[in-house]
Design a protein around this ligand. Structure first.
Ligand SMILES: *Cc1c(COP(=O)(O)O)cnc(C)c1O
Length: 368
């Protein structure tokens, strides 16, 4: 099949205008956008090399969205619909990125935003975003799952809109990631790999691929592979995890809201959901930054850690042999590395101050 990538609208109008016919909007919907989407699909040199001759690996760099994560794809729609429905305020529980996105889009729409965050468990960059966009923030002594339960109770008592991924518009907007991948490749990938936390994203991406095929835009569907962190892997263990633990705070979730969506995506596509350790996540995190020039947050590296683990076990080699063709693999990297600068600084040796002497500097930086 000849690959012919679809032509993007130019200038890029944001995901709602770009994919309007696939989304629940009408002429009456006021579109609140920061021109999210249209993120780079980058061929990974280091991962293609590591996987070997059996595959070509791409990174969908979702950190390039306006607030630095894929959450903006769903948030543009959730906030647009909240304005259409004349909501006065929006509310969410967040491991960080949902609050960053909700507060930015709410600011743009002139809505109040209220966020509940697990205290001490969100990355500094994300907290600073919610603060500067003017969210009312409650830092709660409880984990994400408990914060989400509190949000549901608050929304029953007040006329405010929840913008977590239990809001169906979030999932609808997040489908656009799959559309963009197919448009850029001129086909669907063979394998799609994504980090899984609350599981809204894998649910949305699978729906997106199916809708594109149903509309004749693509002829095939990818195998969907999801990766959770070992200490926060309820979908792998088949039970709720009361005290999830991982350094990857964006996927530190013990009771995913879209549990069934994730199971359906993996089963219907003949894929699976598995776990990677924090060490594997951090190794992938450093590898991407050092050898591909792509800086992501730790949770985002779970997809890449999963890819490397499967490559090591020969999974892609046998999959390519079965299909008698080279595989096209897309790893979703969900958020920007600058979200969590503390983790980056912890992961490397920070240089000590030197006197302003050429010899001391040359020695320190390896110029002899
Ligand atoms: C929200 C988030 C995830 C998890 O996505 P789910 O839809 O909850 O599975 C992964 N990575 C980052 C950076 C996120 O912000």
């Amino acid at each position: 099949m000849a690959r012919s990538a679809a032509r993007h609208p130019y200038p890029w109008p944001g995901v709602i205008e770009a994919y309007r016919s696939y989304l629940p909007v009408s002429a009456k919907t006021p579109i609140v956008t920061l021109l999210e989407g249209n993120t780079p699909l980058i061929r990974s040199r280091v991962l293609s090399r590591r996987v070997g001759a059996s595959a070509e690996v791409y990174l969908k760099y979702e950190g390039m969205n306006p607030t630095g994560s894929f959450k903006d794809r769903g948030m543009t729609l959730a906030i647009s619909k909240a304005v259409e429905e004349k909501s006065a305020a929006v509310l969410c529980a967040s491991t960080g990125n949902t609050s960053a996105s909700a507060s930015a889009y709410a600011a743009r729409a002139g809505l109040r935003s209220i966020v509940l965050i697990p205290s001490g468990a969100i990355a500094l960059g994300k907290l600073s975003q919610a603060l500067i966009h003017g969210a009312r923030i409650a830092s709660v002594e409880a984990n994400f799952d408990a914060c989400l339960a509190l949000v549901k109770s608050l929304a029953q008592m007040h006329p405010i809109t929840i913008v977590n991924s239990i809001n169906p518009y979030r999932i609808e907007g997040q489908k656009t990631c799959a559309f963009e991948i197919c448009d850029a490749l001129g086909r669907a990938p063979d394998i799609h790999i994504t980090p899984v936390g609350n599981a809204g994203n894998i649910t949305a991406q699978w729906r997106g691929y199916r809708e594109y095929r149903a509309n004749g835009k693509t002829r095939t569907l990818p195998t969907m592979l999801g990766f959770q962190a070992e200490g926060a892997a309820p979908l792998v263990k088949g039970k709720i995890i009361a005290n999830p633990k991982t350094i990857a705070t964006a996927i530190k979730i013990g009771n995913p809201a879209s549990w069934q969506g994730a199971i359906s995506a993996s089963e219907e596509s003949h894929g699976f959901i598995r776990a990677v350790s924090d060490r594997e996540i951090l190794d992938a995190y450093r590898l991407l930054a050092a050898e591909d020039g792509v800086f992501v947050e730790p949770a985002s590296a779970a997809s890449v850690a999963g890819l490397l683990k499967l490559a090591h076990a020969g999974y892609f080699k046998s999959a390519a042999a079965r299909r008698r063709s080279r595989l096209v693999i897309v790893c979703i990297v969900t958020g920007h590395g600058l979200k969590d600068p503390e983790r980056a600084i912890k992961s490397i040796r920070v240089p000590k101050p030197l006197p302003p002497s050429l010899s001391a500097i040359s020695k320190a930086v390896g110029l002899h």
